[in-house]
Design a protein around this ligand. Structure first.
Ligand code: SF4
Length: 473
């Protein structure tokens, strides 16, 4: 049996794609290895969302070139968004690559591998399938058996769409992942059933914009106002599958977010009480130039739908600081929105121009120094909000789904509350996969700490986190 070493950069879509490729490789008699020295194939699944990510891939390819010189039989496959965006240019910069595979052509990996000679002439599959063109896979074939990944088996990712139709002016995704194509509901449900039967407790549905899932499957039928729509219909079916303890999804575009979706959180506790709803900026002019297709008022309305349905709904968001032309006053509108919404956490980034996008050609690019200063202020504000929330959680009992055990310390377990807050618990038992009541005793901006309620095996001493401010009750 041959061995493959997989390295995944970037988002959960890439994690799901890596699992899919592993499944295909498994069918070709490859086993996963963490040990680089025994790998016959290195599979780099790359991310192109930031310039830094691309440089990391190139520097890793430099290391693999040296390794390949010492072990000539080794093959190198580069998949993901860098492969798609750079194409043949990447082969010039890194001729040690044997296989180049875009995210829209994953099914072609076995074919490429059988054609690859490993002697310096690369084979590639780039570009995108048109709807209905994707190769038919046998039932369950694209699902990796949990034992193969050796990773977290509690949460499993399921792609429901590929690509995006939105063309936000800062984003490279529509160019690297193509236009939106939805998978058929039956195929998604079959994959979820298989994962649940193999030990998953939590399913995470993935897409660049899950809220527009299935609109391309409607043919000529138009949605009428107030109708659930294909995404809500899909969630209603997935959430009732036997064995499921939690259902999550990402990423949502507020433009396509609907009131029936907000209501679903009130209807079924397995939906949790958490939603990631990226806004990117708190200023209407910046949102317009970003081509986000919603105003701040419309975004607020969606937050209201969610909190009308579930008053203690936790919400997180993505924010970009220093978008071209962003003034100090426009940035301060973002600070105001963060203060108002009281996010659980934020993913805040400095604007990073991506070649080929409209924003990269815009005037008024902001200096690094200004972006650094704005990012620091934004993160400081969010840290103070997160710390206040951690204090408020102390003394409460939260339902925690335990996801994994610490690699360094097997007596330490990590899980998530319904509000998606990370919780650390010590126990002499085995908690992974269980959903248990936990008394929160402390925490910091990264995680809460607590004690499992009512089970002596799960009682553990709690202590402060190794780093950062913490609150203790
Ligand atoms: S909706 Fe998301 S993936 Fe699509 S273009 Fe906008 S930021 Fe990119």
């Amino acid at each position: 049996m041959k061995k493959v070493h997989v390295e995944t950069w970037g988002c959960q879509m890439n994690v799901a794609d890596s699992e899919k490729m592993l499944s295909l490789l498994h069918g070709m008699d490859y086993a996963l290895t963490e040990n680089e020295s025994e790998a016959d194939l290195f599979l780099l699944n790359t991310c192109h969302i930031r310039e830094k990510a691309k440089h990391k891939v190139l520097s890793r390819l430099g290391v693999l070139r040296d390794l390949k010189e010492k072990r000539p039989g080794v093959q190198i496959a580069v998949a993901g968004c860098v492969a798609q965006a750079e194409g043949a240019k990447l082969l010039k910069a890194a001729p040690q690559i044997d296989i180049l595979l875009g995210p829209g052509k994953i099914e072609e990996l076995p074919d490429l591998l059988s054609r690859s000679t490993g002697n310096g002439s690369a084979v590639m599959a780039l570009g995108f399938n048109k709807p209905g063109e994707e190769k038919k896979r046998a039932h369950g074939q694209d699902v990796v058996p949990p034992t193969l990944t050796g990773k977290n088996e509690v949460t499993r990712f399921v792609n429901i769409t590929q690509g995006c139709n939105n063309f936000c002016t800062f984003c490279i995704v529509p160019f690297t992942r193509g236009r939106e194509i939805s998978r058929k509901p039956d195929e998604i449900l079959d994959e979820c059933r298989l994962l649940l039967a193999n030990g998953a407790s939590e399913i995470m549905l993935l897409g660049q914009n899950v809220n527009s899932y299935g609109l391309d499957l409607l043919d000529s039928r138009k949605l009428s106002a107030g109708e659930d729509g294909p995404f809500v219909e899909l969630l209603r079916q997935v959430v009732t599958l036997p064995g499921l303890k939690r259902l999550r999804f990402t990423t949502s575009n507020p433009h396509d977010f609907t009131q029936p979706l907000a209501q679903l959180f009130a209807d079924d506790s397995r939906m949790g009480k958490y939603m990631h709803l990226p806004v990117q900026s708190g200023n209407d002019h910046v949102l317009e130039v970003m081509r986000r297709k919603v105003t701040v008022a419309e975004y607020r309305e969606r937050i209201r739908w969610l909190r009308d349905a579930v008053p203690d709904m936790a919400i997180s968001t993505d924010l970009i600081v220093g978008f071209p032309g962003e003034t100090e006053a426009e940035f301060e509108d973002t600070l105001k929105l963060v203060e108002e919404v009281q996010y659980s956490f934020i993913f805040a980034f400095k604007y990073s121009p991506r070649k080929g996008t409209a924003a990269a050609r815009m005037p008024g690019q902001i200096s690094e120094a200004v972006m650094d200063e704005r990012l620091a202020r934004l993160n400081a504000l969010q840290d103070s909000i997160t710390m206040r929330q951690a204090e408020a959680d102390c003394g409460t009992i939260q339902n925690v789904l335990f996801l994994y055990r610490s690699k360094k310390n097997p007596g330490v377990f990590y899980g998530r509350t319904e509000h998606f807050r990370l919780v650390k618990v010590e126990s002499s038992g085995q908690l992974v996969g269980d959903c248990l009541p936990v008394l929160i005793t402390g925490g910091n901006k990264t995680a809460l700490i607590g004690i499992v309620v009512g089970d002596p095996e799960h009682q553990g001493s709690n202590h402060e986190h190794e780093t950062g401010d913490s609150v203790q009750h």
